[in-house]
Design a protein around this ligand. Structure first.
Ligand code: DAT
Ligand code: MG
Length: 140
């Protein structure tokens, strides 16, 4: 497996509880390198575009409200098999189903307020990275 890049968000429930460092510690312990990181307060339009694939789902409105409720930390992670590896570090969407030691098991509050986002495929990773970062901001 080659070196990949994936896109991550430390979500409002986690930034609000000062968990950025604890989440980054799990990311780095897994061998993923944080090659770009910034704290932003997403606009409603950005949240709706970012989660556009879920537009028809019943939780879409609630999800977008949540994403703009507090600042978030957006990141680019690099490493061997980074996309799947970060999904493993994150754990299942629903913290009740997440494996021990994962970010969501340890920190998530609910299926909606679940502390982190991670890209699910190479195409979405590339799109999501480009949506929030310029090439110059990625320092690998
Ligand atoms: P993931 O974040 O694990 O990739 P997803 O892409 O299916 O999960 O959904 C995106 C986000 O939407 C998820 O992190 C939290 C929210 N969400 C998903 N399913 C939900 C549900 N049944 N109720 C409330 N929020 C939900
Ligand atoms: Mg997803």
């Amino acid at each position: 497996m080659a070196i990949q890049r994936t896109f991550s968000i430390i979500k409002p429930d986690a930034t609000k509880r000062n968990l950025t460092g604890a989440i980054n510690a799990k990311i780095e312990a897994a061998g993923l390198r944080i090659i770009a990181q910034k704290r932003i307060h997403m606009t409603k339009a950005q949240a709706e575009t970012f989660y556009g694939v879920h537009r028809e789902r019943p939780f879409f409105g609630e999800l977008c409200e949540f994403m703009v409720s507090e600042p978030v930390v957006v990141q680019v992670l690099e490493g061997e098999n980074a996309i799947a590896k970060y999904r493993d570090v994150m754990g299942a969407t629903d913290p009740a189903e997440a494996a021990d030691g994962t970010i969501r098991k340890d920190f998530a509050l609910s299926k909606g307020e679940n502390s982190v986002h991670g890209s699910d495929a190479p195409e979405t990773a590339a799109e999501e990275i480009a949506y929030f970062f310029s090439g110059l901001e990625l320092v690998g």
